[in-house]
Design a protein around this ligand. Structure first.
Ligand code: PFF
Length: 497
């Protein structure tokens, strides 16, 4: 049963922009530069582009074909591949749902910093400002305290913004993305050009682009590169399946996957210039080598960058631009995750869009409040680790196994090629059957072993249970229950046809 009229993208451009908007997010301008920094710059870049071509784009083609050729929201599409995989579609979108809860809180931090930029409120000690003034961080994960009023206020604003952006699904998103994709790019270009003019910028860029070849032999570097590619392309959370399901029949999937994959990587690459030139400048001021300028990667956006902004010409304006860029980058990633959940429910149950928008947004908002408390950062870190790693790799592994081994992959490849300008060769079958599942499985096993050996981030086992294992198990159980409903619906529609 499909409830309500089927809504398509306004145009091909709208789809491409929406998918690019989902892919380009905090992952490109925040996570990518600090991971790249951590692994010594150039070598990581090489591994990253290799991972993109080996697994990233083939997986993107797979998800687009699930949504558009096989057809439907993630549970329906995977249920059509094989009835026993319908639950996986639900699992994927629920993991994505949990990710939006903390992603929206990072947006709230950015909104707060946008306001603070006008007066450069972080002063000469951005670190204390971030941890004490903005987060009011407690000294233990169970010392939760109350929500921080300004973070809560930012969160409310962000959720209203997210819900308005998807109010009528693809129809609204089609319009919103023209601004939320182009504006951050424009700002990024300004920051890159500005970055090049800074003293010491070249030191930073040299660090960014010079590979230390021996690092390519480190398995950890490759693990980081594949993880970054998967996260950055927004695969594994049902988003790309849902978005492709709003494409009209006969759409070109391969072309779109290459455009979107390469645009995403190009954005990360360009963002690298903005960040590394600024790091070079900062290192120059402090009189230390670039390799020593940043102590902890995740602090990049909220501690290191504000410190750099202090020293830039037109500092408040630079701050405002930087945080508007973060916000507009994040918004389309956040609403894409919500849209995947909404699409799944709308297609399965006879619920009106307005109602499901409010229910999904309301529940996500309530969960997100936890991350605005005094222990919010700890929980955010913990939940992020579990959901991103387990969720992402499990879905990537199982969905490629589903299509590769329980479906006629060759026939699917031919169907994809029917309407594609660039044809994919038989290599794609190999990627789906062997390469992607193998890589995803290895990443999954490494993550599990790591966590069993040592609790992630040194958090107490009890916190791990509450923030990691219990949500994961719950999501699996709910996924299986809802998957059964999807199976029944699919069986019924088969009989009726
Ligand atoms: N790709 C986004 C980023 O790089 O920030 C994050 C993300 C959005 C991941 C949507 C997954 C997703 F479904």
């Amino acid at each position: 049963m499909v409830f309500g009229e089927k809504v398509y993208w306004d145009s091909k451009t709208a789809f491409v922009l929406a998918a690019i908007g989902s892919a380009i997010g905090l992952g490109n301008v925040w996570r990518f530069p600090y991971i790249c920094y951590k692994y010594g710059g150039g070598a990581f870049l090489i591994a990253y582009f290799a991972a993109l071509l080996i697994a990233g784009i083939p997986l993107l083609i797979l998800e687009f074909s699930l949504g558009q050729r096989i057809g439907g929201s993630p549970p329906t599409a995977l249920g059509k591949v094989h009835k026993n995989f319908a639950w996986l579609g639900w699992f994927a979108i629920f993991v994505g749902f949990i990710i939006t809860t903390y992603y929206s809180v990072v947006m709230s931090w950015s909104a707060n910093y946008l306001v603070h930029s006008f007066s450069l409120a972080w002063g000469n000690d951005p670190k204390t400002f971030f941890y004490s003034n903005v987060l009011n961080l407690s000294d233990g994960i169970f010392k939760i305290g109350s929500p921080q009023p300004y973070l809560l206020l930012g969160l409310i604003i962000c959720w209203i913004w997210i819900l308005l952006s998807i109010w009528k699904g693809a129809r609204t998103v089609s319009k919103v993305v023209y601004v939320t994709v182009t504006l951050p790019w424009l700002i990024l270009v300004i920051l890159v050009i500005g970055g090049f003019t800074l003293d010491g910028a070249m030191d930073g860029i040299r660090y960014y682009l010079t590979p230390v070849w021996s690092q390519l032999l480190e398995p950890e570097l490759w693990q980081a590169a594949f993880t970054q590619v998967f996260f950055s392309l927004s695969v594994g959370f049902g988003v790309m399946i849902a978005y492709a399901s709003f494409l009209p029949p006969k759409s070109d999937i391969v072309n779109n996957a290459f455009i979107i994959g390469l645009a995403d990587a190009a954005t990360a690459f360009v963002a690298g210039f903005a960040v590394f030139s600024a790091l070079g400048y900062y290192a120059n001021i402090q009189g230390v080598p670039v390799s020593e300028v940043m102590k902890s990667g995740p602090e990049l956006a909220f501690v290191t960058y504000p410190a750099i902004i202090n020293n830039l010409p037109l500092a408040p304006l630079m701050g405002v631009l930087f945080f508007i860029m973060l916000l507009t980058l994040a918004i389309d990633s956040a609403f894409s995750l919500v849209e995947a959940v909404v699409a799944g429910f709308m297609e399965t149950f006879a619920i009106h869009r307005t109602k499901i928008n409010l229910i999904v947004g309301g529940i996500a908002f309530i969960i997100a409040i936890l991350f605005t408390t005094r222990a919010g950062l700890y929980w955010l870190d913990l939940v992020d680790h579990y959901m991103t790693f387990f969720g992402l790799f499990t879905v990537a592994f199982l969905e490629s196994i589903a299509v590769g081994w329980f479906f006629d992959t060759e026939r699917l490849r031919q169907r994809i090629n029917e309407h594609s300008l660039v044809h994919i060769g038989k290599w794609w079958n190999v990627a789906v059957k062997i390469v992607i599942p193998l890589i995803a499985l290895v990443l999954l096993v490494i993550s599990v072993i790591g966590i069993i050996q040592k609790p992630y981030g040194g958090y107490p086992r009890m916190a791990e249970l509450l923030g990691g294992w219990i949500p994961l198990v719950l999501v699996i159980i709910i996924g299986i229950l809802l998957g059964n409903i999807t199976r029944k619906i699919l069986r019924k529609s088969k009989v009726e046809n």
